[in-house]
Write a protein that binds this ligand. Sequence first.
Ligand code: FCB
Length: 450
Amino acid sequence: MSIDTKKFPDGFVWGVATSSYQIEGAADADGRTASIWDTFCRTPGKVAGGDTGDRACEHYYRYPDDVRLLADLGIKHYRFSVAWPRIFPEKGKLNRKGLDFYRALLQELKKYGIQPLVTVYHWDLPQWVQDEGGWTNRKTVDYYLEYAGALFAEFGHDVPMWNTHNEPWCAAVLGYGIGVHAPGHTDWREALVSAHHILLSHGLAIRAYREMGLSGRIGMTLNLDYNDPASDRPEDLAAQQRHDGYLNRWFLDPLFKGDYPQDMKEWYLPHIGSFDFVKPGDLDAIGEAGDFLGINYYTRAIVKEGNGHPLLKADYELPEGSEVTDMGWEVHPESLYRLLKRLQQQYTSLPIYITENGAATADRLIEGKVDDRDRIRYVKAHLEQAQRFIAEGGNLQGYYLWSFLDNFEWAFGYEKRFGMVYVDYETQARTPKASAYWYKDVVRANRIVD
Ligand code: FCB
């Protein structure tokens, strides 16, 4: 009998992912107040087309239909996030109605046997927290713990898996350093202080979770890439090291090795003055062991020395003839395999979950159908690399496709479509794309299908 090389191990988790601000809409329903993304969307020039999340996919109202659609598409695992300003619309004020929405969503999922993975923070910081400095303010760690604690108390027994944070690099660096995400600041010290407070809030949330005696699993999701130097010139190799330090090691090292990487501390120091925001005990807290590592992987980077990135003195290259997605991101599945290998060899033996992977494609609805074959090809190629890692003994336990629905793609607004389900934003009609049916077959068969 031949071995089925396309099969995944029994119990492999197949899911889809979304996040609150990107799909919920209902921006001021039931006591919700503004998040930094509501504010950012109203700042001219920040979001393509002046789009906002006011309506998004109206998931807040349509969740029963959306959950039924998940079930129809054979999905058994669903990653979503909670909107912090629904839970604490004001300082110290817990909003029962906000909790009720997520209670209802969880009940609906349960009805169909769909297991939730809940992300506590996927970037929609309450504006009132930002008004006190946002993630640059150490007090935000306390606000976060109050918020996360309220979720654990309310849903701790119903949610088997928690993500403390989604992509701290994006929240800190894109939000406070480069300014293309909310709150739109451009200050490198703010970026690093924010990253530190986010990491600290993660470690302390794990402690709080454990102290509550809850039996589920908790971890964090990082956005990581695999990077290559543009040449073997020493300058390019050094630039690649810096890029790697900036995106990957700055987060992986404190989580798994107890400290920020020395080379990057030296590189950053003249830009930020000091690391006085790292207090005694912080690194211990950040290193608090989680139960898994979540990674979001989309593309790789090819790095050379240059002035494109002012902090890093680096530039990025796209090899001629590369295949790119609608985001302009190079399609490079093998780098997913290389990344997984590296994580296992250099960082952790914890189970890894791919909590996001997927592609934006220029989808069109024609006669009721969306033929998104490029998305299918993308996902398939990445699953093959995931499988290669597992076949060599790698501890990869799940894959969540980004995304369930087309949705609000941050600074790109509704221009970019990542969903396996097409959303007509005028009518809010949902149409599963070819990829949704293909993925349904994959999930059912627990193997890559053609
Ligand atoms: C990730 C985000 C997610 C989505 C994808 C395309 O960085 O976590 O919300 O926007 O990119």
